[in-house]
Ligand binder design. Structure first.
Ligand SMILES: Cc1cc2nc3c(=O)[nH]c(=O)nc-3n(C[C@H](O)[C@H](O)[C@H](O)COP(=O)(O)OP(=O)(O)OC[C@H]3O[C@@H](n4cnc5c(N)ncnc54)[C@H](O)[C@@H]3O)c2cc1C
Length: 458
């Protein structure tokens, strides 16, 4: 706990914690919207911002959006490769789904991407404090005080009307019970540990070229998956994601060695490392008085495959715009910031809330049953993965529901009922914060109930 005495004070219109995808876009958008003093802080040094262990896959439309905002997305340096085909592979190693994605999916040079976002944001006039760690926050007189420590310097306190927390999965503000309820934390089965390597593979087999491959098998990844994303020039970004609840029994690096590295006679590792990604239904609200949570800090990630670049980019941008307007109007209470929730629920949360039921299903289905469901076509994982619009996912899920209601297995036959409950709830998202608590209790209990009913322990 920080001791709030005898410290220096500076004032900023807006403080953004974390210069990842969500934070840079938030700071950029706020400045673009006309805010004067926008401060962006990151514990990394400026030249290390953008170094992030990631699969590096992102939808092409987000690159177009960035270009429209004036970010110099150069094909050669930022975009490593364009993917032609996404494949879903069943536990018996057979491809069960092929989805043409040319023009829709690219693989990034993640470092260049991060640096491009940062440089353009700084060129807009945002102030960067790098090598600076956020350690504590308190609310006072309608503002927030933020304690920061810069390497080799005395700690400093910044006063601001609004903070956007973009500090990633381990957000201290989301985990602070003074601000967010404990239900907003990530349970161990609601975050995946991912280990990945970027490797150059001489004579890379044809099936890995220009493709993004997702392989599912409970035995190997306990509801997570293995991925192989082509970076072109014989390079792969490949790894495994495993629920944190299993990593004491299953070592992700061993899974990598056994089921990924062993496929290639020779390869040269260019980069290696691990990291956590949130995989739960989105938290019920991203705002409190003086605070907005964005990106991984707000757990806003596709829970079925862990893709978080799109929601961090768009969510960050939207948060920056709304923050700038509200700060200008001197209206930064939870109720004032509520429009952020409404927009994000429509754009992402409704879809992710349904996908999280599928995530629970995948974490509790033995391989022989998954194989049967995939091969017989009544669990079209590829279509579920790529249903990018909520209405499309809902229609597909309802159609599946008619089939699934006839199956004896509760994992399948209960899901339509839970899906309707989630749909009803997210379609009636509270219009003000006063209704949130009772809404959130119902929301969380739906997942708990489904989880309990389908629990599978090998
Ligand atoms: C292995 C792996 C593979 C993935 N693959 C994909 C993929 O292929 N496609 C996809 O869309 N998503 C993928 N994701 C998810 C995606 O990377 C994240 O969802 C996304 O990067 C989140 O962005 P962010 O800005 O919210 O957080 P981050 O990128 O984590 O940025 C947070 C920033 O905050 C800084 N910070 C943290 N704490 C503090 C502090 N206390 N003080 C100051 N600064 C702080 C950090 O240094 C960092 O720069 C993957 C994730 C992992 C782990």
């Amino acid at each position: 706990m920080y001791k709030w005495f005898g410290m220096m004070k500076s004032n900023y219109d807006l403080v953004v914690i974390g210069a990842g995808t969500a934070g840079t876009l938030a700071a950029f958008a706020a400045k673009e919207e006309g805010l004067e003093n926008v401060l962006l802080i990151d514990r990394k040094s400026r030249e290390n911002i953008g170094r992030k262990i990631c699969g590096d896959g992102i939808g092409t439309k987000h690159m177009t959006f960035l270009q429209e905002q004036g970010f110099p997305i150069k094909e050669q340096s930022v975009i490593k490769n364009k993917i032609a085909l996404a494949k879903i592979v069943a536990p018996n190693s057979k491809v069960v789904s092929r989805i043409p994605v040319l023009g829709h999916l690219v693989i990034l040079n993640r470092y260049q991407f991060g640096q491009t976002l940062l440089e353009r944001t700084l060129a807009e006039g945002v102030t960067l404090m790098d090598k600076t760690t956020f350690s504590d926050i308190k609310r006072e007189n309608g503002e927030v005080k933020i304690a920061l420590t810069k390497a080799g310097h005395k700690s400093e306190v910044i006063t601001t009307p609004l903070v956007i927390d973009a500090s990633g999965i381990n957000s201290k503000i989301r985990e602070n019970p003074h601000f967010f309820a404990p239900e907003n934390s990530l349970a161990d089965d609601e975050q995946y540990y991912c280990y990945r390597e970027i490797a150059k593979i001489p004579s890379l087999p044809f099936k890995y070229r220009q493709t993004a491959i997702f392989e599912f098998s409970f035995e190997r990844t306990r509801g997570g998956y293995l991925w192989f994303f082509s970076r072109g020039n014989g390079e792969l970004n490949m790894g495994c994601g495993i629920p944190k609840s299993w990593i004491n029994q299953i070592n992700p690096k061993e899974v990598f060695q056994r089921y990924i590295a062993s496929r290639f006679k020779k390869y040269q590792t260019l980069d290696a490392g691990g990291g956590f990604v949130p995989t739960r239904q989105p938290i019920p609200s991203f705002v409190k008085d003086n605070i907005i949570l964005v990106g991984d800090a707000g757990t806003l990630v596709n829970p079925i495959h862990g893709g978080g670049l799109s929601p961090s980019l768009n969510g960050g941008f939207l948060a920056g715009k709304i923050a700038a307007q509200k700060i200008t109007e001197e209206a930064v209470t939870e109720a004032d910031l509520w429009p952020y929730n409404i927009k994000i629920v429509e754009r992402y949360c409704q879809r992710y809330a349904i996908l999280d039921l599928y995530r629970i299903l995948l974490q509790n289905i033995p391989d022989e049953e998954l194989l049967q469901a995939l091969e017989k076509g009544y669990f079209p994982l590829g279509k579920i993965f790529y249903a990018r619009k909520y209405e499309k996912l809902l229609a597909l899920s309802r159609k599946l529901g008619e089939q699934w209601a006839q199956l004896p297995d509760p994992r399948f036959n209960l899901l339509p009922e839970y899906l309707e409950s989630i749909h009803t709830l997210t379609s009636n998202y509270p219009t003000t914060p006063t209704e949130l608590d009772s809404w959130a209790t119902k929301y969380r209990s739906i997942y708990r109930s489904y989880q309990q009913k389908v629990q599978f322990t090998p």
